[in-house]
Design a protein around this ligand. Structure first.
Ligand code: TA6
Length: 293
């Protein structure tokens, strides 16, 4: 591991549950990224409150998804479309990723790059010929790039998401703008398709919406902490907004009873109608860049 260390900027350490994480510290920000799932769990620009939410009840264990931060979702979103017994949200977030490299940029930003290649488990799921690369650059912005290449001789269709959990002071005084007029699949109402009017998304009950065919930048407005979290993206045609609210949270062993008040997921995705179709040898890149104002 030490060959990827960057003195005074990036080091690796053993973390809870026998996992390993990269601890990043720059003049502009600090961050933690777990090798399991290439999972960013912490990003805080200097002088700011933590931007990402992680539940105090989250599991940190081999093969278990971390509840919070930025789970990397691949190659299916939610339940697997063919109904076969498979882990929700694909296999990428539960697996160990390889480190491809680390880099200290001129301006002081630190980048770490991970890759996921086929293994026995992915082959079991029918994924034998792909390559996924995920790079995270830490600075005043958190920049993330997820690039997928189809190494098979036949086309590859997949879904993906950066399932980002944002920390907020109070869900009752938060909203998400940038999705006006979009059509969304309401997963709390029988997957009905609905259209958002000329308004921001406000959360007053369990909310699980897949907004389709939108390339828009979204903003999380936090009226209590008086901050805006801006999520800019590319190569992504879906945005998912999720809050489990009271009852769903009670049913989740890796969430504390009041966690629903302090988090909102605004996810940079390609899901449902926006699944990606890659011909043999082709690649697709999804990016998200997060900043706080
Ligand atoms: O992104 C929203 C969602 O798909 C919800 O349906 C909810 O299940 C959430 O993800 C969390 O999923 P998980 O598998 O992490 O419990």
């Amino acid at each position: 591991m030490s060959r990827f260390d960057i003195p005074n900027a990036l080091r690796f350490e053993d973390a809870p549950g026998g996992l390993v994480r990269a601890v990043i510290s720059t003049a502009a920000a600090e961050a933690d990224v777990y090798l399991q799932g290439a999972h960013v769990t912490h990003w805080t620009p200097r002088g700011q409150r933590p931007v990402l939410f992680v539940s105090s009840k989250s599991r940190f264990a081999p093969g278990k998804a971390i509840r919070g931060g930025v789970p990397v979702i691949f190659p299916w979103f939610g339940a697997r479309g063919d109904g076969s017994p498979s882990p929700a949200h694909g296999f990428a977030r539960n697996m160990g990723w390889a480190i491809e490299g680390t880099k200290l940029h001129n301006g002081g930003n630190v980048e770490i790059t991970f890759s996921l290649a086929p293994n026995d488990a992915t082959r079991e799921f029918g994924y034998a010929a792909f390559h996924v690369c995920f790079s995270v650059t830490v600075g005043t912005e958190l920049e993330m790039e997820l690039e997928t290449r189809n190494d098979a001789k036949e086309p590859l269709t997949y879904e993906e998401a950066l399932h980002t959990y944002f920390a907020i002071a109070d869900i009752h005084r938060a909203s998400v703008s940038g999705l006006t007029g979009t059509t969304y699949v309401d997963k709390t109402d029988g997957f009905k398709r609905k259209k958002l009017g000329n308004e921001s998304v406000r959360i007053a009950k369990e909310t699980d919406q897949v907004h389709l065919s939108t390339k828009a930048t979204c903003v999380v407005h936090d009226l209590v902490w008086n901050r805006r979290i801006i999520v800019e993206k590319s190569g992504s045609d879906s945005t998912v907004v999720w809050n489990p609210w009271i009852d769903k949270t009670k049913g989740m062993s890796d969430m504390a009873p009041d966690d629903w008040k302090e988090m909102i997921c605004v996810e940079t995705a390609n899901a449902a109608d926006n699944a990606v179709h890659l011909s043999p040898g082709a690649s697709h890149k999804l990016t998200a860049s997060i900043r706080v104002e």
